[in-house]
Design a protein around this ligand. Structure first.
Ligand code: IPM
Ligand code: MG
Length: 341
């Protein structure tokens, strides 16, 4: 297993995506060299610029590349907003491979100013259904509807994923929902997770309404370990949690399925900064760290995390976290500081 060759599809995306990937990929290559991991990367096209060129943000040749890869490292992509516009490429890939668990760690890093010092939590977001199922339509000139799909299977799967993650951490799981209002959908969601929890008696399980959670996260971020929630709530809370640990520029994510995974920064494509060599590559670099962990190379993942921490300690930081280094400088520093400990 350790000796196998890994095929990683790389989708740089648009906006600041390409410059982030350019700064971050050398970190992956260096980690592979240092730890003897055999990784082949193939660059693919996806995102906004493909729409003009191929009339889709996920061209067939990219879909083919993904199908022949083990996982994908994805940069941010702009999702159009018009009412009949393309479905987001990220959502398409999540559905295509049933990447049901969106894992978003929020960990404060020494040297980054934040209201959440000492925070170390993970949001586990259901990634395939809820209001983001895309069943969203005009039913008349005056009315539009969106369906919030919640199935027993997806709820149980995400619950089981979150519970087993909690077992490897502080054994505390918080289910976030709004079952007092969304009575059928969220009672189904919560009920399935509570029933899955019977197999994990060591995990302390509690719950919170999503609105209350949005203030408790700010008030008391240190009291959470693993938070499990449905798709839209997780999308919103993960941006909030990122800000609590110092901003969206440092937060990575993993989209995990049974045999395929996608790793991407939580932040968007920030087109107004495109080409300025300005934005923070840490979210992308820590997404690489999550990828190495997923592949089973915990030592390499740790080394990447350490090099990131060291860059902050040495104040090689981008503007969003109080520094004045460029994207490329941060990437280069982290690449050079990567060591086998
Ligand atoms: C995210 C983003 C995406 C999502 C969009 C761009 C599809 O907001 O990854 O958090 O909602 O999942
Ligand atoms: Mg989001």
């Amino acid at each position: 297993m350790k000796n196998r060759r890994w095929r990683v599809a790389v989708l740089p995306g648009d906006g600041v995506g390409p410059e982030l990937m350019k700064a971050s990929l050398p970190v992956l290559e260096r980690a592979a060299d240092l730890f003897g991991i055999r990784i082949d990367t193939d660059i693919g096209e996806a995102g906004l610029e493909c729409i003009g060129k191929y009339k889709t943000n996920l061209p067939e040749k990219t879909a083919k590349l993904l199908r022949s890869s083990d996982c994908v490292l994805k940069g941010p992509m702009t999702t159009p907003e018009g009412k009949d516009s393309e479905v987001s490429a990220a959502v398409k890939i999540r559905k295509m491979f049933r990447l049901y668990a969106n894992v978003r760690p929020c960990k404060s890093i020494d040297g980054i100013d934040s209201i959440g010092k000492g925070t170390d939590l993970v949001i586990v977001r259901e990634n395939t259904e809820g209001l983001y199922s895309g069943i969203d339509a005009m039913v008349s000139d005056n009315m539009a509807i969106g369906f919030r799909i919640i199935t027993r299977k997806a709820s149980r799967d995400i619950g089981t994923y979150a519970l087993s993650l909690a077992m490897k951490r502080k054994r505390h799981l918080t289910i976030v929902h709004k079952a007092n209002i969304l009575k059928n959908t969220d009672n189904l969601f919560k009920g399935e997770i509570l029933s899955a929890a019977k197999k994990y008696p060591m995990v302390r399980v509690d719950e919170a309404h999503v609105d209350a959670m949005s203030q408790w996260l700010i008030k008391n971020p240190g009291s959470y370990d693993v938070i499990v929630t449905e798709n839209m709530f997780g999308d919103i809370l993960s941006d909030e949690a990122a800000m609590i640990v110092g901003g969206i520029g440092t937060c990575p994510s993993a989209n995990i399925g049974k045999s395929f995974a996608m790793f991407e920064p939580v932040h968007g494509s920030a087109p107004k900064y495109a080409g300025m060599d300005k934005v923070n590559p840490i979210a992308t670099i820590l997404s690489i760290k999550m990828m190495l962990d997923w592949m089973g190379f915990g030592d390499a993942a740790k080394a990447v995390e350490k090099a990131v921490q060291y860059s902050i300690y040495r104040k090689i930081k981008t503007y969003d976290i109080g520094g004045n280094s460029k994207t490329s400088e941060v990437g280069r520093f982290i690449e050079r500081e990567l060591k086998r400990h």
